[in-house]
Design a protein around this ligand. Structure first.
Ligand SMILES: Cc1cc2nc3c(=O)[nH]c(=O)nc-3n(C[C@H](O)[C@H](O)[C@H](O)COP(=O)(O)OP(=O)(O)OC[C@H]3O[C@@H](n4cnc5c(N)ncnc54)[C@H](O)[C@@H]3O)c2cc1C
Length: 360
């Protein structure tokens, strides 16, 4: 395998990004702003990945209600995101949320947080933020990539079905893979130099339950974190700004509970999780709608100290929260980092001064 040479100046460099979650979207935006011809491919039905919201089944004509069933909120955004969030707020797709917060200890004692941190949420749902970041990008949905190939005319992606424009996935100067590391590893050819960097990335499953209730629950919190038990996070989703009428919750199971119950079908999970929630809330729940969702690669573990935020070698870049660090912040930092490395690698930007984010 040889590294692709910088794109001839007669045409813009062509890069494909696999995955339109936070990291892939922000990478693609950054490349596009630098004049690169970028196409994003995602196997899902919309942008966002784990920054996503589920639409409730509603009678026709009724207001569309949603529950954020991936990333819940953003807390204390750091430098990687600050400017992007200011812009999103100005565009009306990001707002402040100040829930009443509490922690439940292993003895079942509740401790309200006297001074909870500021939180930010997408408006009117978390997925609105992803749609905002996807604006203006060439996004091909329902496109599941199955392999990256190095060919004589550049890099190519293979998919599990036909593409409307197959030429978009061939003769590429670079590709960026932004799926969780476990999924990205399966796309790479044996011997790819980025495989070693992905080996350490780990994620844990997260099973969530979304539910709508006929009336507000009389509880002294809107966001509860439990330090033990099957369920660890309890979010009164309908308390977030701009969510419309009604009472809706998102419950997230603990990583070990999620791993132990991952292969259970969603109907069985629904019953189990409602029973667990009743024990914590201390009351019977009769949801008008409830659905469990299994995130197989839900929450990434912190990468080893000193590990690079992204990977880049021989025209292949990798990013995502498994490399940049858990959460939206880490995913964003990784996506922006890989974009800078791609631009350098294609000769479109001079190398950054000081220590790079690491090799490969
Ligand atoms: C229940 C839950 C709650 C969370 N709460 C928070 C929170 O409150 N705050 C916070 O900061 N973070 C939270 N997170 C974490 C946050 O959602 C993630 O860290 C972040 O969204 C990851 O972004 P990403 O781009 O790295 O990956 P992803 O969002 O997973 O994006 C990867 C994309 O790649 C696509 N893809 C995968 N394989 C292929 C393929 N073969 N071909 C084409 N496309 C492919 C997927 O469809 C997906 O769109 C939460 C996560 C979960 C599951």
């Amino acid at each position: 395998m040889t590294a692709p040479s910088p794109a001839p100046s007669a045409r813009p460099a062509r890069v494909a990004v696999v995955g339109a979650g936070v990291s892939g979207l922000l990478c693609a935006r950054s490349l596009s702003e630098a004049g690169v011809d970028v196409v994003l491919f995602d196997k899902g039905r919309g942008p966002g990945g784990r920054l996503s919201s589920r639409r409730l089944p509603e009678p026709e004509g009724a207001e569309a209600l949603r529950v954020d069933h991936g990333a819940v909120d953003l807390c204390a955004p750091g430098p990687a995101l600050a400017e992007l969030l200011r812009e999103a707020e100005a565009a009306g797709v990001l707002g402040r949320w100040q829930p009443r917060e509490a922690v439940r200890d292993s003895a079942g004692q509740l401790r309200p947080l006297a001074d909870p941190p500021a939180r930010w949420v997408g408006l009117p749902s978390m997925s609105a933020l992803a749609r905002h970041w996807a604006q203006g990008l060439a996004l091909r949905q329902g496109a599941r990539c199955v392999a990256v190939e190095h060919r004589s005319d550049g890099i190519a992606l293979r998919f599990d079905g036909p593409l409307a424009a197959p030429e978009e996935a061939e003769g590429l100067d670079a590709v960026v893979l932004s799926a969780p590391a476990e999924q990205t590893r399966a796309l790479l050819p044996e011997g790819s130099p980025v495989l070693a960097g992905l080996a350490a990335a780990r994620s844990a499953p997260a099973i969530v339950l979304m539910m709508a209730l006929p009336a507000p629950l009389d509880l002294p919190y809107d966001r509860l974190r439990a330090t033990s038990g099957a369920l660890r996070l309890f979010i009164r989703d309908s308390d977030k700004p701009g969510r419309g009428e009604g009472e809706r919750w998102l419950l997230e199971a603990a990583p070990d509970w999620s791993a132990a119950h991952l292969e259970l079908d969603p109907v069985a999970l629904r019953g189990l999780m409602i029973a667990e929630a009743e024990a914590v809330f201390g009351q019977k729940l009769q949801p008008t709608w409830a659905e469990a969702h299994r995130w197989r690669y839900g929450r990434s573990a912190s990468p080893p100290i000193g590990a690079p935020l992204s990977l880049w070698a021989e025209g292949v870049g990798c990013c995502g929260d498994g490399l940049g660090g858990p959460g939206i912040e880490g995913a964003a930092a990784s996506g922006l980092d890989v974009a800078a490395r791609v631009l350098e690698g294609l000769g479109l930007r001079p190398p950054a001064e000081g220590p790079a984010s690491g090799a490969p």
